[in-house]
Design a binder for this molecule. Structure first.
Ligand code: UGA
Length: 431
């Protein structure tokens, strides 16, 4: 059992803290947002993440998990301190590390005895070095510490199971002591642990996210070629994925990737590379294809209706992917803005993300379910592949729509079935 503090209770911090408590450690989750901490103390979840609430409740009840705004007090009580604060993008795409720096200073000032400070947030390569210098500059004389990097690979919507059953754990350390603490901490998961230097661990994170984004843009580009030639992207992806060196995962063509990780991490990585003197053109093309993919999808809707001006579009799915209420950098935002700009009326439905979207897009009509969104609409558009959309009564949808048109950005329906039902079914990379 280790005593741990996790600074920052966003997706990463909250999931990491509660899962580490579930592994038997004593964890304090710290955040300077008083409202959020008060909420968590009442066992209310600030985010929708499957399985999280149960883990939080169980570990609070067992006395292994607590929440506080008091970083000063938490530091001396914790041997291991994870930094999981935000690293939002600056205007030029670079990651803003001012919060990380501020937290390093605060941690340093409260340190007594040995502490291991672990970067958990996604940070540019060489941040560990900066963190070490910052802590060294503010720590009391004689206090020993180590800095380590332990990037997370959690996906929103499956973050708890990703934590408990990861493909690998990456640990970047400089000392034997730091290595021992972190390997012991993750031992109960019984998964491969790769131990590297700090820079390599930091780079593994950015390189992995960029590679995954590249895989998505690649398949999206191929979907365009499918449309130009009459090939079927689903079959092409299947045939490619059967090659173990390529693999099936992340070969789903769609409306482009979104979320708070890929767009931000790619921009930050391109920027770091530029600063290091390398022009990462490949990743710039990945970004461009992703932007085009959203624009092409908007065009598909417009083409399906000839003109969208004055027409009503029923739209299903607002979150950037299923099983989350997160709408940050969601493709739905750009697509809806495009439709509204061109004079369409938009009726939208999402199982979890509507409350968040209401704050951003006020000119949208929010519906109680998919059927209400379809009712008297001129076309139905699918942006996020929530499983409930796959099970819709399509006969009923057809009756509710003004025209039997579905524009599907996630290829969720069978082509033959849609033909049989009499839909004009427009999707990605399929005829
Ligand atoms: C991503 C990574 O997958 C995690 O490993 C990483 O820890 C996380 O970023 C992070 O850096 O914090 P996440 O953004 O939650 O996780 O979601 P993904 O499941 O990776 O999906 C990202 C986007 O790609 C979504 O918009 C999704 O719709 C899109 N996508 C994914 C596709 O368009 N096609 C695919 O085949 C897969």
């Amino acid at each position: 059992m280790r005593k741990i503090a996790v600074v920052g209770t966003g997706y990463v911090g909250l999931v990491t803290g509660s899962c580490l408590a579930d592994l038997g450690n004593k964890v304090i989750c710290v955040d300077n947002n008083e409202e959020k901490i008060a909420f968590l103390k009442e066992l209310k979840m600030p985010i929708y993440e499957p399985g999280l609430e149960e883990i939080v409740k169980r570990n609070v009840e067992r006395g292994r998990l607590s929440f506080t705004t008091d970083l000063k007090k938490s530091v001396p009580e914790s041997e291991v301190i994870f930094i999981a604060v935000g690293t939002p993008p600056k205007e030029n795409g670079e990651a803003d590390l001012s919060t990380v720096e501020g937290v390093c200073k605060d941690i340093a000032r409260s340190m007594e005895g040995y502490h291991l400070v672990v970067e958990k947030s996604t940070v540019p390569v060489q941040t560990g070095e900066r963190a070490k210098e910052t802590i060294r500059g503010h720590v009391k004389k004689g206090v020993e510490f180590d800095v380590a990097s332990n990037p997370e690979f959690l996906r929103e919507g499956s973050a708890v199971s990703d934590f408990m059953k990861p493909d690998r754990i990456v640990i970047g350390v400089e000392t034997e002591k730091a290595k021992q603490i972190l390997t012991e901490l993750y031992q109960p998961l019984e998964v491969p642990i790769i131990v590297t230097d700090i820079q390599s661990a930091e780079l593994i994170k950015h390189a992995s996210n960029s590679f995954l984004a590249a895989k998505i843009s690649y398949i999206n580009a191929i979907s365009k070629i499918c449309e130009l030639t009459g090939a079927d992207i689903e079959k092409v992806a299947e045939g490619m994925g059967m090659d173990k060196r390529i693999g099936y995962n992340f070969l789903n063509a769609g409306v482009g990737y979104g979320g708070f990780c890929f767009p931000k991490d790619l921009a930050a990585f391109i920027r770091i590379c530029e600063k290091l003197g390398y022009n990462f053109e490949l990743l710039k093309a990945v970004e461009k294809i992703n932007k085009n993919q959203k624009e092409n999808f908007l065009q598909k809707i417009e083409d399906a209706l000839w003109n969208v001006k004055g027409k009503t579009i029923g739209l299903l799915g607002l979150s950037f992917k299923p099983n989350t209420d997160d709408i940050r950098f969601a493709p739905s935002i750009d697509i809806i803005k495009g439709l509204l700009k061109d004079g369409a009326r938009v009726k939208a439905y999402d199982p979890y993300a509507m409350d968040k979207m209401k704050d951003i897009l006020k000119d949208v009509e929010y519906c109680k379910d998919a059927y209400e969104a379809a009712e008297s609409s001129d076309a139905l558009v699918i942006i996020t592949e929530w499983s409930e959309f796959k099970e819709l009564d399509l006969e009923k949808i057809k009756q509710l729509l003004n025209n039997p048109i579905i524009v599907d950005g996630r290829n969720i329906y069978d082509l033959d079935k849609m033909k049989e039902l009499g839909f004009k079914y427009i999707c990605i990379g399929r005829k």
